[in-house]
Design a protein around this ligand. Sequence first.
Ligand SMILES: Cc1cc2nc3c(=O)[nH]c(=O)nc-3n(C[C@H](O)[C@H](O)[C@H](O)COP(=O)(O)O)c2cc1C
Length: 314
Amino acid sequence: MILAPMQGLTEVLFRRTYEECFPGAISLAVAPFISLTHNMQYARGASLAEQMKDVLPEANAGSIPVIPQILGKEPEEFIALGNRLYDMGYNELNWNIGCTMRAITGKHRGCGILPYPDEVRAVLDATLPKLKPRLSVKMRTGLKDKGEIFNMVPVLNDYPLASVTIHPRLGRQQYTGVPDTETFGQILPLLRHPVIYNGDICTPADEARIRTRFPQVADTMVGRGILYRPTLPLEVAGQPMDNEKRLLLTRQFVRNLMEAVRDHYVKEESALHKTKEYWCLLWKSLDISELEARKVLREKEFTIVDNLIWDLTQ
Ligand SMILES: Cc1cc2nc3c(=O)[nH]c(=O)nc-3n(C[C@H](O)[C@H](O)[C@H](O)COP(=O)(O)O)c2cc1C
């Protein structure tokens, strides 16, 4: 299984902790996106430096092998950043054409580019001949209409992409409804690239269903599901897991992650915010009530929150 990029959640702190707890369970991670700006701002200021921290090789040593991801469509910046990442040791780069944030899609970035196959072609034409790393893409089925992915297939097939990851929802759906596996199944034989399935894999049975229905998929990618059930990749890999073992491993992982957050953030306020961000999703993987989980979220002091989580994961 591949770990999905999730801004604010699957940065290197998470990836490292995960690998320490469950070595090898996740084969590869796509890092949350690094944004290109159309006016080369990133080359000047701290914002790119901040974003790059997540993929610095020294920070990722001993962690899950990672593929950096780029969001944007400006060829010059695309090539400059892609080649810089290559020089840092990354031989694959992922292009995000699936992000649904409105500020992004309005500028034909992320999944905002999906209705415009000619724009995708123009970006690939301008970047690929000069890009040192291989390129893979991560996309949705469209911004507003699933017809968009069908129009995109011939474009993508014209280029030597490393893989295409598809989260079969439309951008306008955000995360509502269910993944459109029917469209996914129709697209799968049309693409000549390895295809990775992503979307709503939360249990081993979900993953098995995808593998059985679409044996041609090259791999599956897990996002939110890893927080709802941290042991999921181990179970998918075939490790025997009864409820008792699952809880034991999950408690240990949650504690280690919280410890990593505590150690990483200098400001208590930031540690508190990050802890709660994880807790919102992670508590469901433990055998605790919603009432107990909410008590943690109501607290305003980091030490209290930290202690409460410690008690709940004993
Ligand atoms: C909080 C959050 C942040 C995300 N950030 C990114 C991102 O940086 N790049 C990207 O390609 N997708 C991003 N996604 C989308 C996920 O990678 C994934 O495609 C989506 O969550 C569906 O998979 P899932 O059902 O397994 O979670 C994000 C999703 C969430 C919930």
